[in-house]
Design a protein around this ligand. Structure first.
Ligand code: AVI
Length: 338
């Protein structure tokens, strides 16, 4: 269940043809050198940071799948339970012959729950930056849903997107952005994403999953699991830099740190240097003092109201909200402008 918005580019990829006037390939093309450039820039900055999108190489994606199954990590199973319990109501809001645009092609399980409840879905456009992963996932789905047109779109949807025009005779276009991946964006990035979604979903709607603020002890446990899978996921970023970029991070000398930052209403993940040390990357040397960290992820937590206010700012009209009985997680129906 990789949050495919953050799947990392591994090769130059073809974008599926669109009927947009400009060649979609250049507009949607991921940049293969981005990891190296961004890591050098992030290590040169004060404080040091790197985008969480670089977690998701093959190893990182496999570790994230394991995180989703952990007893402490409640978001995935809670969102799936909401989708399962509310599928009929959500399908009713979506309406007949609809076209679903999924931002990230991660969890085939989640989209299947929607498709199974929907009235004759016409087309499914999963968008993912990783063409390899996307092609396989799309082919599997196409096999199981013969009446559905599956059109994978290789693109980085954190950038401005160009999508195929809605099919003739299709119902409304509905975006699906589950998993609370929106929480991994900075607030300006979240607003930028939602504004872009409002544009490509014009006349339709967005079904958005957002993790809710809760007892910080529960949040802390979810990002500090007893088996150490989240720690391995975090440290894999350094392992990936060693594998792909020839860096020389000593994985024994960095530690996973995750804590709730109350004023910012977010979990922060860091990799903390356990001693004074030097790291080499791209012909440059970076000195880490003991206790100094590389900030690797923010995971913002929302209230129902804060999420709705953000959606309004982006041009959506918030509608129904579905939550679980414990109010751990929320799914929002957001009407796009016409
Ligand atoms: C993908 N994203 C919503 C996860 C989260 O909870 O922020 C990524 C994650 N990081 C650590 N555990 C899971």
């Amino acid at each position: 269940m990789t949050p495919a918005s953050f799947a990392a580019p591994r090769q130059r990829l073809q974008v599926v043809p669109t009927d947009a006037p400009a060649p979609a390939e250049s507009a949607n093309q991921p940049d293969v050198t981005a990891f190296g450039q961004d890591l050098v820039a992030g290590l040169s900055a004060t404080p040091r940071s790197i985008s969480p999108k670089y977690f998701y190489d093959a190893e990182g994606s496999a570790l994230f799948d394991r995180i989703c199954e952990l007893p402490e990590y409640y978001p995935t199973r809670t969102e799936v339970a909401i989708l399962r319990d509310q599928a009929a109501h959500i399908a009713e809001a979506i309406g007949p012959r609809a076209e679903i645009v999924e931002f990230g092609a991660g969890s085939l399980m989640k989209i299947r729950l929607l498709l199974d409840a929907m009235d004759r879905p016409s087309r499914y456009l999963p968008i993912d930056i990783s063409g390899e992963h996307l092609g396989q996932a799309a082919a599997r789905l196409q096999q199981d849903y013969a009446g559905l047109e599956v059109v994978p779109v290789v693109a980085d949807y954190t950038q401005d997107l160009i999508l195929p025009r809605p099919a003739k005779g299709a119902g409304r276009r509905v975006g699906f952005f589950p998993g609370s991946t929106i929480g991994n964006f900075t607030p300006p990035q979240a607003l930028h994403f939602l504004r872009m979604a409002a544009r490509v979903l014009r006349g339709g709607a967005l079904l958005l999953g957002a993790d809710l603020f809760k007892d910080p002890a529960l949040l802390h446990a979810a990002y500090n699991d007893a088996q150490g899978v989240t720690a391995a996921f975090n440290l894999n970023l350094l392992a990936r830099a060693n594998r792909e970029l020839g860096a020389d991070f000593d994985l024994e000398q960095f530690a996973h740190s995750a804590f709730y930052n109350a004023p910012m209403r977010r979990i922060e993940m860091h990799l903390v240097s356990l001693k004074d040390q030097r790291v080499h990357l791209g012909g440059r040397e970076f000195a880490f003092a003991e206790g100094e960290s590389l900030h690797t992820e923010n995971s913002h937590k929302f209230t129902v109201e804060s999420l709705r206010a953000l959606a309004i700012e982006a041009g959506f009209t918030p509608g129904r909200v579905w939550t679980d009985p414990g109010r751990l997680f929320s799914l929002h129906w957001l009407q796009a402008p016409s």
